[in-house]
Design a protein around this ligand. Sequence first.
Ligand SMILES: [Zn+2]
Length: 525
Amino acid sequence: MRPFWIVLCRLLLPLALGLAAAQAREASAPPRLVLWIVIDQMPADVWSRYHAAFSPDGGFARLRAASARWTQAGYEHLVTSTAAGHATLATGASPSRHGVVGNRWYDREREAVTYCVAGGRPDALALPTLADALWEQTRGRARIGAVSGKDRGAILLGGRHPRAVVWFDPRAGRWRGRGEAATLGPLVRLGRRRTLACFGRPWGLFAPAACYPERDDRPYERGPFGLGRRFPHPVDGEAVEPGPAFLAAFSLTPYLDEITLAIAERLLEREGFGRDAVPDLLYVSLSSSDLVSHTFGPHSRETRDVYLRLDALLGRLLDTAERQVGREALLVVLTSDHGGSPIPESFPDGGRVSVVHLLATARRAAREALGLSAPAPPLVRAFCPPHLVLADRARSATVSARVARAIASIEGVQALATSALAGPRPADLDPALWRAARRSVFGDRSGDVLVWLEPHFGWQPGKAAEHGRPVPSDQRVPLWIRAPGLRPGAREGRCAVRRVVAEIARRLGIRPPAGADPGPLPGLR
Ligand SMILES: [Zn+2]
């Protein structure tokens, strides 16, 4: 008679092997939903800044513990703006390939400044997006959604065939959308109702005051539209009923994130994202961290409050998605479109660069290079940082080099003639900066001179705090992926964020969009 344990093994082994095979299948099966969270202006050090105040049940701690994390992830382009970053996350390419060289640029044919998502469409993208690739390769069956507090945060990610793209339009003072009308209507109405409910609801501290080591009311904070610089911030636009000033004030509070996430959750549930075998893609781009950092500074009490609220809100979003899709079928990405730099006045050597003086310097240099005497016809057409555009008669390598030299002599600012990027790298130019500049130009959309701020400097007039320069604080961001079968933990080594797109495409079982950097992400292969 065989010993009992052999019999038991013979009985249990096939069962165990079957279970292991099922688990392996599960781990390698494409996710049914990719939930892609973009936190607008989230520098790489946010976790170390606030983690002690985050809840163990909140979104950040839960995601971080279960995610693969690239500790040196960042953008390798110079133009660290919202549109350029979102377009890179959408396409997996740099601005020199996807064509979105800033939030705005000068259109030489129309002789006017144009906006990155003019008309509420992603037509400025010169490459297909991950959303486009998923839609095409599933023959239009994948659900695509994108929700953001900003139009450029939603429209670029949502691509060309969205089920619903929804954003808040502060100029129109309402939530707007693009996609299928039957889907959009309830979402836009939800946004409107929830926004109006914020009227007269002061923005107070989310957590006990002891959780906020930052001083409130620093003199260089801004507090427009009646918000003031101290908690609690009135949110009424100093009016007795909701009007444009209230909507402008509202858009600078964490209520914007609250409603963005309410709309995203409603979209997820109503449209059944992740409920069938065809993978779906839902982007949520959260704008409050950016808008509040610009207004009060990234190290303000207000910015900490945004993140503490976001921690709780993201926890709820994860609950909703996991309940609907199941954790094993859910892939979550968390990253940002760019980092951000502190308020210039917080540095002893900080300062501001006058835009009026900069433009006068550029005009004078162009005039002298052309041998013209004052008054000369306008020689600078537009300045959409970092792109300074010269008039046609001043568009030569000689003139733009002279203008760049003159601008670079101003304290706090650097400049480079775009024409110089076609030749060999100047010996005195840092190789990483050279590559970053080359990745930021796209034909005629680029300026003739690239102009950017040095660390510790801001624009005058400008926001309290800025981003947009090729420095680690603006370029480095978190990159976390929580995916079935992907080992959690830190991955070392420099990591270009654009490579995440091809990685997610592979995990979805589709070909990456044409033009996406194939990667791989460090430590994965
Ligand atoms: Zn941004």
